[in-house]
Design a protein around this ligand. Structure first.
Ligand code: NAG
Ligand code: NAG
Ligand code: NAG
Ligand code: NAG
Ligand code: NAG
Ligand code: NAG
Ligand code: NAG
Ligand code: NAG
Ligand code: NAG
Length: 497
């Protein structure tokens, strides 16, 4: 006890001589109670508390965070919670919401009040527009648009021309819809692209049409339940579409337990067929990096979130990391803001200082771009042993420099589309680079001078070809507004409501 008070005195003395910032910070956390969400309050709370304790031990000990945790489901009640709580005093910082529709209204009001909002969610394309309504938003998890960079870069390297997107629309949170919207936004201008929407009540109702679209395209990108992925792969396999002239991708960003080894296995009579079909399936997921400090974090989370809270909830996910890092980022920006003579109420200034910066997060470096969105790193996972059906990471994509790291399991043959009409790729040196080999892939760095030149070459090359943006008109339910990716961003959806 004595030692503890001595420490306090020491810290106090240190504070006064290094002009340490002292400030009370009122934080409001808006997250759902239901543990079926990976970002439920029970899972994220220990991560935020961990960050708070970390800060209390560090040089920013003068920042006194008081955190209010308020549950709000994915609808409009997040907004009501904010308005009710802010009746007397507005919070200094809002963490969350994650769900797009809850986030949209909260961020709009927060922007109006100039309160910084940091979320490890709100990943939809619409939030990238920070010009007005979402000006106070900083995202500490990579958005769907950042994820789509993985596909755009692969497309550049492997020369994809036609892409079919398949997504499941639950008409509520619409995660897959927003995921695919990001991919669509990056690929639409220079690919022949088409989309299949699946209704969550009966996903495979129009499977014939889906198979037909698969037949017509080189690259198939899916976002749907793992069971539906399996059905589609089985169907494609039976139609002999899982050949070397076609690449299948499945996007499964957050839930690491549902991809990789054994994802084809159900214990039914189709397992062997599914294993063969999955040889053509690749999964894009978040790259998980860890460092020694992460182990401690991970163990603390396991301690705090027992099985009595919810089963499997102590598995660390991107949302827990993101909200942990959110508090660190805010503390860094607030420290600078106060040192520069502004108050903690100047949300604009604090937000500006959170953007375009790199700092040390719990799992590694976190880079926030100049638009306040985190750069993301992603992995491509493929089956590397066709006998056992095991999967491995074959490529890593680094968002900050747009480059791929090729791992030993990578098979360039497999990523080189055959059978589809191939055009020689333009090469500034005049050399042919039709099928990119391992060394070529390793060497390409998008962002460098050469990368820029290559990109421009690709761009002009593609422009010479007919560009078709095909929109398959759905037979069922013709309330067009919800069907079209471009028209239905968060923005238009909400302004129409
Ligand atoms: C939590 O969400 C799941 C899935 O959306 C739902 O089935 C369940 O009823 C919800 N639980 C509560 C307590 O609302
Ligand atoms: C921290 O803030 C809380 C609530 O604003 C306050 O009750 C508490 O006294 C503060 N602690 C310190 C050390 O300033
Ligand atoms: C993660 O995936 C597994 C296997 O597909 C599933 O059982 C589980 O419910 C998923 N968890 C979440 C939070 O989506
Ligand atoms: C994590 O680190 C803290 C402080 O460094 C320490 O008190 C705690 O025991 C560590 N936890 C584990 C599980 O190692
Ligand atoms: C707080 O801000 C000051 C002034 O910008 C800076 O010198 C100091 O290193 C900052 N502290 C931390 C922990 O970042
Ligand atoms: C907030 O900071 C900006 C500089 O980023 C400054 O121009 C503005 O006047 C400040 N607003 C308030 C209310 O202090
Ligand atoms: C981002 O920061 C770098 C230096 O860290 C600076 O050169 C660059 O101009 C900044 N970009 C923007 C858009 O503020
Ligand atoms: C799958 O299992 C193999 C062998 O057991 C292992 O090397 C590989 O890392 C596993 N892959 C994943 C994605 O867990
Ligand atoms: C890109 O960034 C990653 C991680 O930040 C790094 O490991 C890799 O070497 C970089 N690649 C290039 C080509 O600069």
């Amino acid at each position: 006890m004595l030692r503890f008070s001595c420490l306090c005195l020491f810290i106090l003395a240190l504070q006064s001589c290094s002009s340490q910032v002292k400030e009370d910070v009122d934080v409001l956390v808006l997250l759902p109670r239901n543990n079926s969400y990976m970002f439920s309050i029970a899972r994220v709370t220990p991560a935020i508390e961990y960050a708070r304790q970390l800060l209390a031990r560090g040089p920013l000990v003068g920042l006194n965070f008081s955190v209010r945790y308020v549950t709000s489901e994915c609808g409009v009640d997040a907004l009501y919670a904010l308005v009710d709580l802010a009746r007397h005093e507005r919070p200094d910082l809002i963490l969350g919401p994650v769900c797009e529709y809850a986030a949209a209204s909260v961020i709009r009001v927060a922007t109006h009040w100039q309160i910084p909002v940091i979320s490890a969610g709100a990943l939809a394309l619409g939030f990238s527009d920070k010009g007005s309504e979402y000006a106070m938003l900083t995202r500490t998890a990579p958005s769907y648009l950042k994820m789509a960079g993985t596909f755009a870069t692969m497309s550049e390297q492997f020369g994809w021309k036609s892409v079919h997107l398949i997504y499941l629309d639950d008409r509520e949170e619409r995660n897959c819809y927003f995921t695919i919207e990001g991919v669509h936004a990056l690929l639409e201008s220079d690919h022949d692209i088409s989309i299949s929407m699946m209704n969550s009540r009966d996903p495979l109702a129009h499977v014939d049409e889906i198979i037909k679209s698969i037949y017509e395209h080189e690259v198939i990108i899916m976002c749907t339940h793992t069971d539906v992925v399996r059905e589609i792969m089985l169907m494609a396999h039976r139609q002999k579409l899982t050949t070397s002239s076609r690449l299948f991708f499945n996007i499964e960003l957050f839930n690491s337990s549902s991809y990789g080894n054994g994802s084809w296995r159900r214990g039914d009579k189709y397992d062997n067929e599914a294993k063969a079909a999955y040889a053509s399936l690749n999964t894009v997921t978040l790259l998980r990096s860890t460092k020694p400090e992460f182990e401690n974090f991970s163990q603390e989370m396991k301690k705090k979130i027992g099985v009595d809270v919810c089963e499997g909830c102590s598995d660390i996910n991107m949302f827990m990391e993101g909200f942990h890092d959110a508090l660190l980022l805010y503390a860094l920006a607030l420290n600078e803001t106060i040192h520069s003579g502004y108050s903690k109420k100047n949300g604009t200034e604090i937000t500006r200082r959170m953007w375009n910066r790199t700092f040390e997060g719990i799992a590694g470096q976190v880079s926030i771009d100049a638009n306040g969105d985190r750069y993301g790193d992603f992995s491509v996972i493929s089956m590397t042993n066709h006998e056992t059906g095991t999967h491995e990471t074959v490529m890593n994509y680094f968002g900050t420099n747009g480059s791929f790291q090729v791992l030993p399991g990578f098979n360039s043959e497999r990523f080189t589309l055959r059978g589809a009409p191939r055009q020689p790729l333009p090469d500034p040196d005049g050399q042919s680079s039709g099928g990119l080999g391992l060394s070529a892939v390793t060497g390409i760095i998008v962002g460098g001078l050469l990368g820029t030149a290559l990109l421009m070459a690709f761009y002009f090359f593609r422009k010479n070809y007919r560009i078709t943006i095909e929109r398959r008109a759905r037979r069922e339910q013709c309330d067009g507004k919800h069907r079209q990716l471009r028209e239905d961003s968060i923005r238009s959806n909400f302004s129409a409501a």
